[in-house]
Design a protein. Structure first.
Length: 147
């Protein structure tokens, strides 16, 4: 019986440590600043000789809601773009697991797909959407998501 009484506090403290580590994992490191506000319109960046625009709907962009991600790529028309591209959704400085949205070509230089931005248990709201095409066309947009 003495062994059992010692085991329970040990399990409790182990569980407490694991819970604290889980909650802190969503808030590790210094957070970069948002460089995009998808709540009011689209965001545009230069990627070499290309202009990449991201639009997310519906607005405001919220956690745990199905979102439509639209991308347009303007630039050198001699480059053949693929039929599908990936949009990687991540939290800067935090591992939230793989969350990629497959975007399908809807026109020349236009792509669209749907996905969900999950909610971090710590309450952090800064996310990054990185377009994965090629080394010269990868673009990242950092933005806050609303509850």
């Amino acid at each position: 019986m003495v062994y059992g009484n010692r085991l329970i506090p040990g399990i409790r403290s182990c569980f407490s440590v694991m819970l604290v580590l889980f909650l802190l994992s969503c808030s590790s490191g210094a957070e970069p600043a948002a460089d995009c506000n998808p709540h009011t319109g689209s965001c545009t960046k230069q990627a070499g000789a290309y202009t990449v625009t991201l639009d997310i709907n519906p607005k405001p962009v919220q956690h745990m809601k199905e979102l439509t991600f639209d991308i347009s790529i303007a630039g050198d028309s001699a480059v053949v773009l693929p039929d599908t591209i990936l949009l990687d959704l991540s939290m800067p400085g935090m591992e939230m697991g793989k969350n990629q949205v497959e975007l399908s070509k809807t026109g020349e230089g236009y792509y669209s797909g749907t996905g969900i931005i999950v909610k971090c248990p710590s309450g952090r709201v800064l996310w990054r959407a990185t377009l994965l095409i090629s080394e010269t066309l990868n673009s990242s947009f950092t933005f806050n998501v609303r509850d």
